[in-house]
Ligand binder design. Structure first.
Ligand SMILES: *[C@@H]1O[C@H](CO)[C@@H](O)[C@H](O)[C@H]1NC(C)=O
Ligand SMILES: *[C@@H]1O[C@H](CO)[C@@H](O)[C@H](O)[C@H]1NC(C)=O
Ligand SMILES: *[C@@H]1O[C@H](CO)[C@@H](O)[C@H](O)[C@H]1NC(C)=O
Length: 477
């Protein structure tokens, strides 16, 4: 017999299902740099990002306040080893383990760390007093991977390193791009590491700089991710209507030229891309209007599941640079003006970060400076909407429930300690069904409360009734 509640749940699930699949939303990442003395607290940032379509952030260190603030938010984090620390971690695995255990372990699994960026543009950085050593970089990456493996975290947390486009010696035409000859051995070793560990190749790509340096030869629409009518044709037949695609295919060709074309494909992540809204005198393209156009298109692009002319089916993961203008950043004026938001939380320009499916939100124009209206909205909400939990179905098969518990509470999973021993608040009733419910709910809350995160091979059930009992509290966002 189907009860009213079940019927309601079914309708609810179907509703979300239809909405999601008709739009096939991909993730959008953003870089969250903190070189400003006027930025909102990480807690505030985490709270407000939850009602946007941004579901991944990348930071430049392991700021504990940020790691704490993004716990149980459904937002994935990429953290970083600063360039100056890479050498310490390269010395031996115990240094890497110390880094991991003091900086990350206290926050996981409540905080969903999915990757560690070892250095930033490490190989091509010429900051004062810093001399990059390629062997050091590779050793640091291997050491971190080893300690993640030893702790059973290697499947969830990937190790990689973001490069600048300067690792290429030529990028045009895209199909004949290659890496700088002096870096070829290093990049080969990195690629082999990425293949072996199923991690991604990260590249920071800025059509803005290419335009700024050659405004006479580069078409502005081509640089601005437009569908430029002045197309660029590659001798191999690929036709480019925007520069970012050409840059990505140049990176792809360079990877292939090192012999990695036929091995299990290394995926590419655009770890940074963006456009400044203000520059020094003469930076005529650094305007709010151009920044708005570029970043809006970049966000659409990130959501589109589109590949490049060379690899139309391989969608590219993108992290916009950047969330905030950072008033303490060194360098030219543009460096401090890549943000979509000002330090006080107001928008630098209008950019649509609304998330129609994140639930309950009626915030029509997201901005930190505005009142968060999401509690007032009806919405059929997944992420930040009404109170909703995930529990195990009453007659679910024991084998599957055990699998679910192992999966959820395993390495890189959620915190199930309350169910482990008699001292845990959710240990009683000591039944697999109860422990599985607790684990499923924690997983569901942590992974963004999308219906598919409460499926568990058909054994999970979304409920609007709080399953907490006695001292046992079921987490809820
Ligand atoms: C690495 O850094 C840690 C923490 O600062 C320090 O205790 C350790 O001695 C350093 N190791 C090396 C080899 O520099
Ligand atoms: C871009 O323009 C080309 C040629 O005009 C057209 O075939 C293509 O569909 C357009 N793409 C987009 C995304 O608008
Ligand atoms: C990849 O495989 C194809 C077909 O097997 C071959 O023609 C091509 O040369 C190979 N490319 C590389 C880079 O090994």
């Amino acid at each position: 017999m189907v009860t009213t509640t079940e019927l309601f749940l079914l309708t609810f699930a179907l509703l979300i299902h239809t909405t999601f699949f008709s739009s096939s939303v991909s993730a959008v990442g953003v870089n969250y740099g903190t070189l400003g003395n006027n930025l909102p607290s990480p807690k505030k940032v985490a709270e407000l990002l939850q009602s946007t379509l941004i579901n991944k952030i990348k930071i430049y260190d392991t700021n504990p306040e940020i790691l704490q603030a993004f716990s149980n938010t459904g937002i994935d984090l990429i953290v970083a080893v600063e360039n100056s620390r890479v050498s310490n971690i390269s010395s031996d695995t115990s240094a890497a383990d110390q880094w991991l255990s003091t900086r990350l372990l206290p926050f996981i699994p409540a905080t969903s760390v999915v990757a560690i960026a070892v250095g930033n543009e490490y190989l091509t950085t010429s900051d004062e007093g810093f001399s990059p050593d390629p062997d050091v970089l590779i050793r640091a990456m291997r050491n971190l991977h080893s300690v993640l493996l030893a702790r059973g975290l290697d499947r969830k947390i990937k190790v990689t390193t973001p490069h600048s486009m300067a690792v290429l010696s030529s990028s045009f035409p895209p199909s004949s791009a290659t890496f700088a000859p002096n870096l070829a051995d290093t990049i080969s070793a990195i690629l082999q590491f990425l293949v072996d560990t199923r991690s991604r190749f990260m590249i920071n790509a800025y059509p803005y700089f290419a335009y700024r340096d050659n405004p006479e030869t580069v078409n502005l629409q081509y640089a601005l991710l437009g569908n430029s009518s002045t197309t660029v044709k590659d001798p191999k037949g690929y036709v480019y209507t925007n520069m970012l695609d050409a840059q990505m295919d140049a990176v792809r060709s360079a990877i292939n030229s090192l012999g990695f074309g036929n091995r299990s494909t290394v995926k590419i992540t655009v770890s940074e891309s963006g456009w400044p809204s203000k520059g020094d005198v003469g930076d005529i393209a650094a305007t709010k209007e151009n920044a708005k156009v570029y970043n809006s298109r970049l966000i659409q692009r990130a959501q589109s599941n589109k590949g490049t002319p060379m690899r139309p089916r391989d969608n590219i993961e993108i992290f916009v640079f950047s969330l905030f203008n950072e008033n303490k950043k060194k360098g030219g004026e543009t460096e401090r003006n890549f943000g979509m938001f000002n330090g006080d939380g107001s928008k630098v320009y209008e950019v649509d970060l609304r998330c129609d499916f994140c639930g309950g939100t009626t915030t029509t124009s997201f901005g930190f400076g505005e009142k968060d209206q999401r509690n007032g909205g009806g919405g059929g909400g997944a992420r930040a909407g009404p109170s909703v939990w995930c529990v195990a179905k009453p007659h679910a098969a024991e084998e599957v429930l055990q699998e679910v518990v192992d999966f959820c509470c395993g390495a890189g999973g959620v915190d199930c300690r309350e169910t482990y021993s008699e001292s845990g608040d959710c240990f009683e009733p000591n039944k697999l069904l109860a422990h599985a419910s607790y684990a499923m709910n924690s997983y569901y809350q942590m992974h963004g409360r999308n219906y598919w995160n409460c499926d568990f091979k058909g054994t999970g059930l979304v409920t609007f009734t709080d399953p907490s009992y006695g001292a046992c509290r079921y987490p809820q966002q």
